[in-house]
Design a protein around this ligand. Structure first.
Ligand SMILES: *Cc1c(COP(=O)(O)O)cnc(C)c1O
Length: 374
């Protein structure tokens, strides 16, 4: 019997490359025999989770013999209150990846396509192709663009939309570039889109995007009935390991997403922690302050090393190391510093470096200085 599962897989899956996560600290410790390791690779909150969120999760663990609240009632009510919308406008996900995947399963399929930018977040092509749809990848802004090198080119994205486009993904700011789009430009782009598609604005880094002109797309839900805005607790809220994200949309879109949502998709510890994290404004403010300070320090420090840094509104910076970044990445691993190579995003000379706490940022800069001199 010559059984080949690859032959049986649907075509979209056959052509996929799996998502490559940042290297876990434990893996580096095991492979290189290192102990004092820092990880600046996955855009996590380097300060840890909110203590209030951890306590809420601990309490929730006492009841894990019960299924979670499949409707995420408390969290959605709190989010509705926070955003000034009805709870029926909110869909909770097992991370915002889960929400992106629901969107793809509802609106994409064979014969349809999704439009997104080159160098955009890796989950867009995965969700699109797994749904059997085609990816219409728009060219990005050029490497020597003054404002947003490698960033989304909204004119090119609009030109990539055709009669079969059902989803447009805009990451604002984008991962792995850190580039962002100002409010007037993004609003005009959304206004001019045809009405046979949904527009997804992915605001995974919303809380740390404290840059002039950065828009809150959730304010535009009344302007655009086809708009979906995604948010997450994984980044500045510090809950990556629990997996919780959500989106805002019209109740009609939320009803469609709910039809494909896995029952009990958000676990009870995540629901409790996310709800508590929303109220921990001190933790959030301190995390944002750490990020803003660290992002400036990394940007300046990397430029002092003579490297090109893409201006970032996120909790990481992408830096051009002036050579194939794979070797620099490896050399940094030997220094006990984990960053993220982004060759898979067609940026082979860049590393994506997450903002750490102050001492971690200094250690990264020292290690990189040594590595580049060697
Ligand atoms: C990290 C990230 C997400 C989602 O992460 P989740 O942990 O699944 O919420 C979504 N979009 C972008 C652009 C990201 O960088």
């Amino acid at each position: 019997m010559s059984f080949d599962p690859v032959e049986l897989a649907v075509p979209g899956v056959r052509g996929l490359a799996p998502y490559e996560p940042g290297k876990p600290i434990e893996a580096l410790a095991r492979e290189y025999g290192l102990s004092d390791i820092i990880k600046l690779a996955s855009n996590e909150n380097p300060r840890g989770p909110s203590p209030r969120a951890v306590e809420a999760a601990r309490v929730a663990l006492e009841s894990v013999h019960r299924y979670p609240d499949g409707a995420a009632t408390d969290l959605r009510a709190r989010l509705a209150d926070r955003h000034g919308v009805s709870a029926s406008a909110i869909t909770a996900g097992n991370g915002s990846n889960d929400v992106l995947d629901m969107i793809a399963r509802v609106f994409l399929g064979p014969g349809a396509n999704a439009v997104f930018s080159r160098h955009a977040f890796a989950v867009y092509p995965i969700a699109t192709r797994a749904a059997g749809a085609a990816a219409n990848v728009a060219p990005a802004r050029p490497a020597d663009d003054a404002e947003a090198p490698y960033g989304h080119d909204l004119e090119a994205m609009a030109a990539a939309v055709d009669a079969d486009t059902r989803v447009v993904f805009v990451a604002n700011p984008n991962n792995p570039t850190g580039t962002w789009i100002d409010g007037d430009t993004l609003h005009a782009f959304l206004r001019d889109l045809p009405d046979h598609l949904v527009a997804v604005v992915d605001e995974a880094y919303f809380e740390c995007a404290d840059v002039p002109g950065y828009p809150d797309a959730t304010r535009w839900l009344d302007d655009f009935p086809n708009l979906i805005v995604t948010r997450t607790f994984s980044k500045v809220h510090g809950l990556s390991g629990l997996r919780c994200g959500y989106c805002l949309s019209s109740p009609e879109i939320a009803d469609l997403l709910n039809r494909v949502r896995h029952p009990f998709n958000v676990n009870s510890a995540a629901l409790a922690a996310a709800t508590a994290a929303l109220d921990d404004e001190t933790f959030l403010a301190e995390s944002v302050a750490n990020n803003t300070r660290g992002r400036e320090r990394l940007t300046d420090g990397l430029r002092e090393l003579g490297l090109g840094v893409i201006p970032s509104a996120a909790n990481f910076v992408a830096v051009d190391v002036g050579r194939d970044a794979a070797g620099v990445y490896e050399a940094l691993l030997r220094e006990g510093v984990i960053v993220r190579p982004v060759g898979g995003y067609e940026m082979p000379r860049h590393l994506r470096i997450s903002v750490g706490i102050d001492s971690e940022n200094e250690r990264l800069l020292d290690a990189l200085r040594r590595v580049l001199r060697a």
